[in-house]
Design a protein. Sequence first.
Lengths: 111, 119
Amino acid sequence: DAKTTQPNSMESNEEEPVHLPCNHSTISGTDYIHWYRQLPSQGPEYVIHGLTSNVNNRMASLAIAEDRKSSTLILHRATLRDAAVYYCILRDGGGGNKLTFGTGTQLKVEL
Amino acid sequence: ETGVTQTPRHLVMGMTNKKSLKCEQHLGHNAMYWYKQSAKKPLELMFVYNFKEQTENNSVPSRFSPECPNSSHLFLHLHTLQPEDSALYLCASSQSGTSGRASGANVLTFGAGSRLTVL
């Protein structure tokens, strides 16, 4: 599986936008970019995913670089409930059932 | 409630015990997964089942024995575990493509996990 690189931790203030970066320089043409987050004492939950174009949903936006070697998860207005570990993962679009998690980014949100 | 239910939520067992973890999904998915999450470590994929057939075994010791009787249920049978096996065990499910392999767009839905402590 192609690897991703994320900062270990980031901090944000409540009500402000948060940009969580992810580098994936070895991404292949069929890899989808997935983001999950894990709140304390819970299992991971799906946030958003994309292939080439930027994506928006009710939780977040995903901005994908033109060369697809990096992406950014955007939380438009962080709340205390967004404090979690955010994982950027590449999922093989050519098949296979693996989804390999890295260490993710611990997001801290302060008042 | 995610649609993936894991029981028990907490389990304490001795090294000589035999116990099982159960996972049930109500999402109509046909792929199911076991992950292990140890303290301060990334999630580790253990097993994947697709249409009840095991498609991934990530070099998991034989003291962990998975069972998938149908696409909605997944078990993890535990026997003669070690204290280092103490961890959060997470079950997930996803849709699979018509070829039986997951599409890159298919997302995983996780349960809340079973917290296992081995004494």
